[in-house]
Design a protein around this ligand. Structure first.
Ligand code: NOJ
Length: 746
């Protein structure tokens, strides 16, 4: 038995006192009065021990030893996975350091802790903030019993380049949606009360613009205009700040020439001064050290000075602050007050969490009993079903009846490696594979991998076996895509096809002339052009976490009628990237959309449109919009217009439709996108049923950063669209009049 288990058993977890802002401020001031400068600097460091055993603690860096915790030279810890390890380190901090200041523990819990939910990009396709809040609430409840106090989530980077492996962590290409979903994550983690025993802090990332790394290459440069940054990238971080996220993580990238970790414009001018952000700012993993690789300086001491002055409070893993700040103070290069500001923010977070009331608040001797409760698994299944997007269903090949003989072929057929990147504390053995899910749903299947994801089965033996097996089937389910190891950080790809020999496998099976349905396992938009032409049905299965197989089977059987909608465009090929719905118009728009519309903005070889656009998704039923109407044709000032539309389920199944609101300014003082997403709502309809959907249009809906850098509508006419994806053509015209400008100016 572990030396510490007995001690952990004795810990109690009473509800903690709720302390107001003023009270916490006084407590922090009192504590800071007792702290030496060195101890204050110590709070600005996050260590990442590899293996936190009390005997022989192995830390990456000599500063982050048990000894330095004792000396008060460490404020928090990254990457602890067990209550035992958290307990050992916390005990040193509270019992052996001079002032007993507790540590906080941070970990990446981004789409579930032990109960794993679909990858975030998949969840965004549900367009369902309530369920996302529920998913992060469950993640917080599980995490809060394993020693974790802070998660590095949500990631609200807006993404337009699927070569970047981290698109899987995002909410897709639209900033309005990411704003809404980002807030939902934070509500779930924090519940508006960090002191609750089941809350954890949320650290939004990666500030700023990390989703726009050039060529989709990880850790690469970002360069964009201030208007672009403010219109598309900043709003989602800002909404997380408005939701009171505990932390903000500065990103790895250089943005407009300055690394985010020492970017004063971002970290102070925007975050602190414009947005009045009160929480702490943490670097990304060694991103401060990397400032030297960006060739901003060759001097580590200078790194410390630059970052602190820029507004970075907490250094993850790198040790410039704890090594050089004291010296910099002596040299009058850095003021004690600047250090104190940062220290105050870290201590405030610890008081908000209640760690001074109970430093062991998240440490439990038997965390198992809080994990994977039946209601959590149910929520994970529901979320997984809603994340699936039906891309193609020719001749209603789906749903599949149970009397069909099914060959389930492909590297994703039987695997339970279905969590996707950043799987938290999830376990592979607790995931339902596709084949198991199909069996659970009463299907008779013959499953075979057909080939590996990597293409290592060069002799073609697996392919031949799968081919033989499929000969005897009525229908082939093809479980293909990219492996889950290619989703997440450091997984940039230059090609977006099916990996290995999967395309060859698909082509071979196609020769059997049987109905073939692709189920795509992926963390990003892949090039599905072959599948879109040659397969009869196409289901986007992403990586769906614990309940993968059950969720897929319930869609395949029709028990759940698919309702997910794409939040990121799927390109026709890599050369089309970036392709996204809200592009700016060009001076020579192509009326045909290409290819080959001479001297118009288009390609010679493919259409401009993506293979599958933002908002797209099919259902087993069909829907039709009618009676589009506006409550008025002109609004002014703060007035509101309401657009409504009737929506009818014109097919044979009950189904859910996610209606989407878009606007388009017919003119403006700066060029605006061809469409801007502004709202959505879910409607459940029985076959034949009609309901009315309504959206309010306000000044806010029509606003854009104009030529004078004011966020405002202008006296213009706007198209207001309601439809089922970003290609919708149903619109009505609405005028806006600024109340302060005379009507004659129109
Ligand atoms: C690096 C990643 O960029 C970031 O997203 C993550 O939170 C940190 N490592 C900590 O694991």
């Amino acid at each position: 038995m572990n030396l510490f288990q007995d001690k952990i058993k004795q810990l109690s977890h009473p509800p903690l006192p709720k302390r107001g802002k003023e009270e916490i401020k006084v407590l922090v001031d009192q504590l800071m009065d007792k702290m030496t400068l060195r101890e204050k600097i110590g709070q600005l460091y996050q260590a990442a021990p590899e293996d936190a055993h009390i005997e022989g603690l192995h830390f990456d860096d000599s500063h982050a030893t048990a000894q330095s915790i004792k000396e008060g030279l460490c404020g928090s810890i990254l990457g602890i996975h067990t209550p035992e390890n958290a307990y050992q380190l916390q005990k040193i901090a509270v019992e052996e350091s001079r002032l007993g200041i507790p540590l906080f523990f941070g970990l990446d819990i981004i789409h579930g802790c032990r109960t794993t939910f679909p990858i975030n990009l998949a969840m965004s396709c549900s367009f369902d903030p309530e369920r996302i809040e529920e998913a992060s609430r469950i993640a917080a409840k599980e995490s809060a019993h394993t020693g974790i106090n802070l998660t590095f989530s949500p990631m609200v980077d807006v993404v337009r380049d699927p070569r970047w492996g981290r698109v899987m962590e995002s909410n897709g290409e639209d900033s309005y949606l990411s704003r809404i979903l980002g807030r939902a994550y934070i509500r779930g983690y924090q519940q508006g009360d960090l002191s609750d025993n089941t809350s954890i802090g949320a650290c939004v990332k990666h500030f700023a613009g990390y989703g726009a790394v050039e060529a989709g290459r990880e850790y690469n440069t970002v360069d964009m205009s201030d208007r672009h940054l403010r219109m598309y990238h900043l709003p989602a971080y800002k909404s997380c700040v408005d939701e009171d996220c505990a932390g903000v993580m500065a990103s790895f990238n250089v943005i407009n020439g300055v690394p985010a970790s020492c970017n004063r414009y971002l970290l102070t001018d925007i975050l602190r001064n414009e947005w009045q952000y009160k929480g702490f700012v943490i670097s990304d993993y060694t991103s401060t050290f990397e400032i030297m690789n960006h060739k901003i300086t060759t001097d580590k001491k200078e790194v410390a000075k630059l970052c602190l002055h820029a507004g970075l409070d907490h250094e993850m893993v790198s040790t410039h602050y704890i090594t050089y700040l004291e010296e910099l103070v002596k040299e009058n290069e850095v003021s004690v007050q600047t250090i104190e500001k940062s220290c105050r923010r870290i201590l405030t977070f610890k008081y908000q969490l209640g760690l001074f009331d109970n430093p062991y608040k998240n440490i439990y001797d038997d965390p198992e009993q809080y994990m994977r409760l039946p209601e959590y698994r149910k929520a994970a299944l529901e979320m997984a079903k809603r994340s699936i997007v039906l891309l193609k269903n020719d001749n209603q090949v789906l749903p599949l009846s149970r009397d069909k003989k099914i060959a389930l072929i492909g590297p994703a057929a039987k695997t339970n490696h279905v969590v996707g990147g950043w799987g938290g504390l999830g376990r592979i053995e607790e995931c339902i594979s596709f084949s198991t899910g199909m069996e659970n749903h009463g299907y008779q299947i013959a499953a075979h991998e057909g080939c590996s994801f990597e293409g290592s089965d060069n002799d073609g033996r697996l392919m031949e076996e799968a081919y033989q097996l499929a000969q005897d089937s009525d229908v082939i389910l093809l479980a293909i895509g990219e492996p889950d190891s290619l989703t997440g950080e450091a997984s940039s790809r230059s090609a977006l096809g099916l990996t290995g020999r999967q395309l060859e496998l698909a082509e071979k099976l196609k020769k059997l002339n049987k109905p073939m349905i692709g189920v795509i396992f992926t963390g990003r938009p892949l090039d599905l052009s072959w599948c879109a032409v040659h397969l009869d049905g196409l289901i986007l299965g992403w990586y769906l976490g614990n309940e993968t197989g059950n969720a897929l089977a319930s869609v395949i059987s029709g028990e759940y009628n698919p309702s997910g909608r794409l939040t990121i465009s799927f390109p026709r090929n890599v050369g089309q990237i970036p392709v996204y719905y809200n592009q700016l118009p060009t001076g020579r728009p192509s009326s045909t959309g290409g290819p080959g519309d001479l001297f118009k903005s288009c390609y010679t070889d493919i259409p401009n449109s993506p293979l599958y656009p933002f908002g797209y998704g099919l259902s087993y039923t069909t829907f039709a919009y009618s009676n589009l109407s506006l409550s008025t044709d002109c609004i002014t000032g703060e007035e509101e217009a309401v657009i409504s539309a009737d929506i009818t389920n014109t097919g044979n199944y009950p189904g859910k439709i996610i209606s989407q609101l878009f606007i388009e300014a017919l003119s403006f003082s700066v060029s605006r996108p061809v469409k801007e997403f502004k709202g959505f709502c879910h409607t459940d309809l029985e076959a034949g049923e009609t309901k009315t959907v309504q959206f309010a249009i306000t000044r806010d809906t029509l606003s854009y950063l104009n030529i004078n850098n004011e966020m405002t509508p202008e006296n213009r006419t706007y198209k207001i669209y309601v439809g089922s994806d970003s290609t919708t053509k149903n619109y009505l015209l609405l005028k806006y009049e600024l109340s302060e400008v005379p009507k004659t100016n129109l």
